[in-house]
Design a binder for this molecule. Structure first.
Ligand code: SF4
Ligand code: SF4
Ligand code: FES
Length: 264
């Protein structure tokens, strides 16, 4: 019988525990994935015990505290700390989410933090997003028109704007491109080279559904492919995971529907 084993260099080793809690009662252990390809060493789990009364309430606060006060070599992305930029996306306690929106209190016991799954790792908690951004560029995410450019802006009715923003504020234009959804999608794990994945398909839908855009037929043509769109099997992990409460699975279903009913 065939036997499968991880390559030696992908086995995660046990790292070190740094106790920076000074014996505080209100302390917690953060188990963090560490990897630096330049060292040639395997990834490892380092643990940091910190005093929670010294940092803010969110997971990102704890990670920033660790970097500032305990271990400056820890590498991660973040910018807005408001759930807007999408850069602090990572896997926390087994779920892809935004570290700045996830409360420390939500996780009982130790917290395990690793990079978004199934993406190459640049360092520690930083995934390589070059491929997914190339896929984003491939859907041409800008307004395409043939009609003469108006002298003022292209106006849109509030009904049409709602198609983008959503009646409840959770429409496709609210996506922050954090990629929590794509990296939780089993189809994207296995076919990420050709399947566009939920984040990019939601963006494709955002332009298809924009009533100011005049390239709907061209956009649908570009998605008419066994892999780019149809590798979605409606598993719904994407929608369940989205930290902004968006519904990429529904957007994908809408594109499939438009493929059948299209008149352009
Ligand atoms: S619904 Fe489609 S895109 Fe979303 S997780 Fe499932 S297979 Fe992936
Ligand atoms: S749909 Fe949600 S999870 Fe996916 S990229 Fe957009 S904001 Fe992130
Ligand atoms: S830091 Fe911007 S979304 Fe978390």
């Amino acid at each position: 019988m065939a036997q499968f084993a991880l390559p030696k260099n992908s086995k995660i080793k046990t790292g070190q525990l740094t106790d920076a809690s000074d014996g505080a009662k209100n302390s917690k252990i953060f188990k963090v994935y560490r990897y630096d390809p330049e060292t040639g060493e395997n990834p490892r789990w380092d643990k940091y015990k910190i005093d929670l009364s010294k940092c803010g309430p969110m997971m990102l606060d704890a990670i920033i505290y660790i970097k500032d006060k305990v271990d400056s070599t820890l590498t991660f992305r973040r910018s807005c700390r408001e759930g807007i930029c999408g850069s602090c996306a990572m896997n926390i306690d087994g779920t892809n989410t935004l570290a700045c929106l996830k409360a420390i209190d939500d996780v009982k016991g130790d917290v395990q933090i690793s990079p978004l799954p199934h993406m190459p790792v640049v360092k520690d908690l930083v995934p390589d997003v070059n491929h997914v951004y190339a896929q984003y560029a491939s859907i041409e995410p800008w307004l395409k028109t043939d009609s003469p450019t108006p002298t003022k802006e292209r106006l849109q009715s509030s009904h049409d704007a709602q198609l983008l923003n959503g009646a409840d504020g959770h429409g496709p234009a609210m996506c922050i491109l954090c990629f929590c959804c794509s990296t939780s999608c089993p189809s994207y794990w296995w076919n990420g080279d050709k399947f566009l994945g939920p984040a990019i398909l939601l963006q494709a839908y955002r332009w298809i559904t924009d009533t100011r855009d005049e390239a709907t037929g061209e956009r649908l043509d570009a998605l008419e492919d066994p892999f780019k769109l149809y590798r979605c099997h409606t598993i719904m992990n994407c929608t369940n995971t989205c930290p902004k409460g968006l519904n990429p699975a529904k957007a994908i279903a809408e594109i499939k529907k438009q493929m059948i009913t299209r008149q352009c």
